[in-house]
Design a binder for this molecule. Structure first.
Ligand code: AHR
Length: 504
């Protein structure tokens, strides 16, 4: 059996794991909001129309921040349509998703929903078709206590307490030709810098995210980051990264190595941010908000283009409702490994998205809610990756991929909880055929490991998924292969699997 070798030494750390790494994303898209988290007629709906069963699953998932309200949607959004008496709210055309937006849910309702899930709201302003003034208006409405027109309006709308939103995204994917208001780096950078400076006059402590590239494959990638940061460096805290992965044809070997691409993407953005830092002789470091990431079978459908007749754009159509398999969950888990490995610079991340739309949670109108396969690597990582990410020495057999060259068969990351000393290892086996034994040298943990247990996601059928009919077809399984010796732990990683190993 092939073997990989991992050395853990608690003295070598990457950095503390920010809880914001376990964020998610809710966009007014398809059935994410309407007929998703919000369905007033559903038997489990609370007095505000939010589904209690979905709220429970969101809490179980363990998300920290939630980015809202888009996405591409935000670039055509007027935030004020979504506040005030519901009967006066306009229906609008949503150009991003060829849908009709009813505005039944807006900032106040979503802020209330965030309380139910114990999360932090991260708000995106529209810099696609709007500008500085509208960003200042929504900031005033959301965060000023009282005594101004918009803060008093919020109170009159039934929300006397400010929402106190700390993290703000300055637009969305402004480098993408599909984006309303798509821009050159220079033009976007000037607008983002002016907006950031103005917002910070109201509150200098706001945490601001400037748009990076919408993917490492964009023709302007790298140069976009440099130009945008040169203009905004002093006024923002984060630059965003977005990445979605799917197999090309039957090239599952490359798909399984998607984490390699994410590693390279992060390293490139960090290098660019630090290049700008050096040029500016700045003391400040810009971190990454990886605020859209997931597996997404984007090229499989053209659902939005099929909605043509503008007289008939639907409310909450079924869009981007990917059904995730065991294979997808393994890739997904490996993306989380990549994020944690960069915990020193990726200090915020948002799984795109939360409910129904490329989501870990699915719902049926009037029916049940269930967990997709990807729910499990997320919830287990959010629950168990506590404390500090460790720098590891990992020796693994390799294999050759079409897209990324030679890559390790096993990838892993470890975290340590400084309070309890407990170490947790997250690992993937990318081989489609072979078990791999992971030998963990834990001698540096000074004999403090008295027990180790492992849970894995794998299946004889890597295409197995959870569905309405079979919501529990795929669940994590106890991995009984763990052995504990003197300063050594071993665990067998099944083919195409994701594993978490905890020690005490
Ligand atoms: O998450 C789906 C879409 O992907 C978002 O609206 C957009 O920002 C990205 O292209």
């Amino acid at each position: 059996m092939p073997r990989a070798h991992l050395t853990i030494d608690p003295h070598f750390t990457v950095g503390p794991i920010d809880r914001r790494l376990f964020g998610s994303f809710v966009e007014h898209l398809g059935r994410c909001v309407y007929d998703g988290i919000y369905e007033p007629g559903h038997p489990s709906a609370d007095d505000e129309g939010f589904r209690a069963d979905v709220i429970d699953l969101v809490r179980e998932l363990g998300v920290s921040t939630i980015r809202y309200p888009g996405g591409n949607f935000v670039s055509g959004y007027r935030w004020e349509d979504g506040v005030g008496p519901r009967e006066e709210r306009p229906r609008r055309l949503d150009l991003a998703w060829h849908s009709t937006e009813t505005n039944e849910i807006g900032l106040d309702e979503f802020a209330s929903c965030m309380k139910k899930v114990d999360g932090e709201l991260m708000y995106a302003v529209n810099l696609g078709t709007r500008g500085v003034l509208e960003a200042l208006d929504v900031l005033e409405y959301a965060n000023i206590r009282s005594g101004t027109r918009l803060s008093d309006q919020r109170a009159a709308n039934g929300h006397p307490e400010p929402h106190d939103i700390r993290m703000w995204c300055l637009g969305n994917e402004m480098d993408g030709p599909w984006q309303l208001g798509y821009s050159t780096a220079e033009n976007y950078a000037r607008l983002a810098a002016t907006t950031a400076r103005a917002m910070r006059q109201i509150d200098p402590d706001l945490e601001l995210v400037v748009c990076g590239s919408s993917g490492a494959g964009m023709p302007t990638f790298g140069e976009w980051e440099r130009v945008v940061l040169e203009h905004t460096y002093d006024n923002v805290d984060y630059i965003s990264c977005h990445a979605y992965y799917e197999p090309e044809g039957d090239d599952l070997a490359s798909f399984l190595a998607s984490g390699v691409d994410m590693d390279r993407f992060i390293d490139a953005v960090v290098a660019t941010a630090d290049h700008v830092k050096a040029i500016r002789r700045s003391e400040k470091t810009i971190n990454i908000s990886f605020d859209e990431w997931n597996v997404w079978y984007q090229s499989r459908y053209n659902e939005v283009d099929k909605i043509t007749d503008v007289a008939d754009w639907p409310v909450a159509p079924r869009l981007l409702e990917d059904r995730y398999t065991v294979l997808d969950a393994v890739v997904f888990g490996s993306l989380m490994i990549s994020l944690i490995r960069h915990a020193d610079r990726v200090t915020s991340a948002s799984l795109a998205q939360l409910v129904n739309v490329i989501a870990p949670i699915m719902t049926e109108p009037g029916g049940p809610a269930w967990r997709q396969t990807t729910f499990y690597p997320f919830s287990l990582t959010a629950q168990l990756a506590r404390g500090v990410a460790l720098e590891l020495k990992l020796d693994s057999p390799t294999y050759t991929t079409v897209k990324f060259g030679e890559v390790p068969v096993v990838d892993a990351v470890a975290t340590i909880d400084p309070d309890s000393g407990a170490v947790t290892v997250f690992a993937v086996n990318r081989s489609l055929t072979d078990d791999v034994t992971l030998d963990i040298d834990s001698a540096a943990l000074a004999g403090s490991v008295s027990s180790a247990t492992a849970t894995s996601i794998f299946d004889d059928d890597i295409h197995a998924a959870n569905t309405l009919e079979q919501p529990d077809r795929v669940r994590p399984k106890t991995n009984d292969s763990v052995t504990l010796g003197d300063g050594a732990i071993a665990v067998t990683l099944p083919p195409c699997s994701w594993t978490v190993l905890t020690t005490e």
